[in-house]
Design a protein around this ligand. Structure first.
Ligand code: ADP
Ligand code: MG
Length: 323
């Protein structure tokens, strides 16, 4: 079972950025309004994530590290109206299987904080009193220390960090109401204040740069069941930035990419790629986002309709900008 755990773990967490994604999503699920991410040596040496969310009660600490233990799903029907980011109960168990992990947590209702430490889950985790403000810290050291093949598969520190940074950006873009800090080898890379959704352009400036942010045009559009809001640039940039979220999750999807391209071509009568940051909301049962935990793939039930909806809404922005 130990080996099986490690193999499965390698699929959920194949690199530091995947660990960061899972742990940051847990913080958001816990209702955190502040999230700190600390990386050392591209994440291979250390990944630390701290939040001020709901915490994990002492008697649930060991359980949180067990495979298929999730506090977020109580029935299979829940899968279809999933509002939390996590639901598989796999991430913590997987990360614990391939690192030296310490989980320290304090729910506001509990007087003391407690910590649980595991090393590749060889033994029963041991729980001890600790010092921690309301919220949770997870520290994963020496990622893949016990799976040398995986460890060798890691790229350079720089490449791994860039991937972590990208994951961090995506999440920070989607939640301007939450404060985020990213540190790399002790240096602050981003220190993002919570600005709220009304001022999300400030968040985009901080993450994408003022240049790109100044080219973005806000738009909103909805029909009976679909609604989209976000930003598109009108002129084709030499290097466009493109972020598309469906029900809060980042996706890379050809239906989406194609719809924006078509919109551009039909208004400007030439090919071009623009920057965009868009948030599409739709009934959860009309889209399957959990095709694979890492690949950010989606499958729309009615992809033609979604395509045309995106195309029309983006075309309107282009047309307005042309006038
Ligand atoms: P999932 O997110 O799919 O439920 P995880 O393995 O990511 O599974 O986490 C297991 C459980 O641990 C969660 O269901 C949650 O109860 C708890 N948990 C993990 N991280 C946090 C956190 N930062 N704050 C509060 N609870 C957490
Ligand atoms: Mg999770």
């Amino acid at each position: 079972p130990q080996v099986a755990n490690q193999i499965a773990a390698g699929e959920v967490v194949e690199r530091p950025s995947a660990v960061v994604k899972e742990l940051m999503e847990n913080c958001l699920d816990a209702g955190a309004t502040r999230i700190l991410v600390e990386i050392v040596n591209g994440g291979a040496k250390k990944i630390l994530i701290r939040d001020n969310g709901c915490g994990i009660p002492q008697n649930e600490l060991a359980l949180a590290l067990k495979r298929h233990a999730t506090s977020k799903l109580s029935s299979i029907q829940d899968l279809n109206r999933l509002t939390s980011m996590g639901f598989r109960g796999e991430a913590l168990a997987s990360i614990a299987a391939v690192s030296r992990l310490t989980l320290t947590s304090k729910p506001a209702s509990q007087n003391m904080a407690y910590a649980v430490e595991v090393e590749g889950i060889a033994q029963e985790p041991k729980i001890s009193p600790a010092s921690h403000p309301d919220g949770t810290t997870i520290e994963a050291l020496d990622l893949f220390f016990n799976t040398p093949a995986r460890r060798r598969f890691l790229k350079s520190e720089k490449t791994e960090f860039l991937q972590v940074e990208e994951v961090f950006k995506r999440i920070a873009i989607s939640r301007p109401d939450v404060a985020f800090v990213l540190k790399n080898n002790g240096k602050v890379v981003y220190d993002l204040k919570a600005v709220g959704f009304q001022n999300e352009i400030r968040r985009l400036e901080a993450l994408l740069g003022k240049g790109i942010a100044s080219e973005l045009n806000f738009f909103e559009w909805s029909d009976t069941s679909l609604s989209i809001r976000g930003y598109v640039s009108v002129r084709a940039k030499s290097k466009p930035v493109q972020y598309f979220f469906v029900n809060g999750r980042i996706v890379r999807d050809k239906v989406v990419i194609h719809a924006v391209r078509e919109a551009y071509e039909s208004v400007f009568a030439e090919k071009g790629d623009v920057s965009y940051v868009c948030f599409l909301q739709m009934p959860p049962e009309d889209v399957d986002i959990n095709v694979h935990p890492q690949k950010s793939e989606v499958r729309f039930q009615e992809s033609r309709r979604v395509h045309d909806f995106i195309q029309t809404s983006v075309m309107n922005v282009f047309r307005n900008a042309q006038m």
